[in-house]
Design a protein around this ligand. Structure first.
Ligand code: PAF
Length: 281
């Protein structure tokens, strides 16, 4: 496994692999890898001949008061895990390599990005779609892998790839959870032990919503209210949003149909966590 920091160097390796007829898989990450990321990497190693994992904490997707500076970073540890899984290249560019002096281009997906996380994180998805476009252009992979924990991100990236005719297959993989249901996230590191316990309220609320729907509840407001009520019982939790939406357009539902997405963003202390549950009835 090689750790590569330069775009030109990575490109020449990829070009050679493509000339040799190899299939390329890309797993874009911001590092501080957990089992959720590793499940994407395992799938990529299974499906492709050559796997590139990018590790880049992308400044353009963080708001001015967000955690860009404190976002956890541990390249050495990440590289050791990736080596074990059989990854070929870790692409770990610096900020100057990705956004050099004079950089001035952005990719924007409309509508889908105004909702859910887009409401409380203005500009976030513009940063995500920009960096993902850059990574897809740099690597030009056959397949790229994303987790369903960032369900909205996945929907937005699929839209972008379709709209902009980017020739890549987007793979979305299931959420990986801790034993008590907490969705794995690099941001779980911010939680102290009391907060870590309180954080299980997200999964409990999703489970409650899912149970109601599977038992026949079709009134989205009732499901929303029940989930919000459960979260509000936890003193360390503060709701950003609790949403019952259609999984394609991410629009709020009144009446629940065959396919529904329950999506949450909740502050536990100062840490904003997201989680979701896709249900097909
Ligand atoms: O999901 C993430 O970790 C990031 O948003 C991504 C896709 C790597 C872009 O920076």
């Amino acid at each position: 496994m090689e750790i590569i920091k330069g775009i030109a160097e990575l490109r020449s390796r990829i070009q050679q692999a493509k000339e040799d007829g190899k299939d390329i898989g890309l797993v874009p990450t911001m590092g501080y890898l957990h089992e959720g990321h590793l499940s994407l990497v395992r799938a990529a190693v299974r499906d492709n001949d050559i796997v590139v994992v990018s590790i880049f904490v992308n400044p353009t997707q963080f708001g001015p008061n967000e955690d860009y500076d404190s976002y956890p970073r541990d390249l050495e540890h990440d590289a050791a895990k990736l080596r074990e899984l059989g990854v070929d290249y870790v692409f770990a560019p610096g900020v100057q390599e990705m956004y050099p002096e004079g950089y001035n281009s952005f990719v924007e997906v409309r509508d889908l990005t105004d909702k859910l996380c887009g409401k409380s994180r203005p500009g976030h998805f513009r940063g995500v779609t920009t960096v993902v476009t850059k990574l897809l252009n740099i690597v030009q992979p056959h397949r790229a892998y994303f987790g369903q924990k960032d369900f909205q991100q996945l929907v937005v990236i699929r839209r972008m790839v379709t709209d902009l005719n980017i020739p890549v297959e987007i793979k979305g993989l299931p959420i990986v959870r801790e034993e008590d249901g907490l969705a794995m996230s690099s941001r779980n590191k911010y939680l102290n032990s009391k907060e870590r316990k309180a954080a299980t309220v997200l999964f409990k609320a999703l489970e409650k919503g899912k149970e109601m729907i599977l038992e026949g509840e079709r009134d989205a407001d009732k499901v929303r209210e029940e989930m919000a009520g459960l979260i509000n019982q936890e003193p360390l939790a503060r709701i950003d949003y609790v949403a019952v939406v259609d999984p394609e357009g991410l629009q709020d539902l009144k009446k629940i149909g065959d396919r529904v997405l329950l999506a949450l963003a909740v502050f536990i202390g100062n840490t904003r966590l997201i989680d979701n549950c896709f249900i097909e009835v």
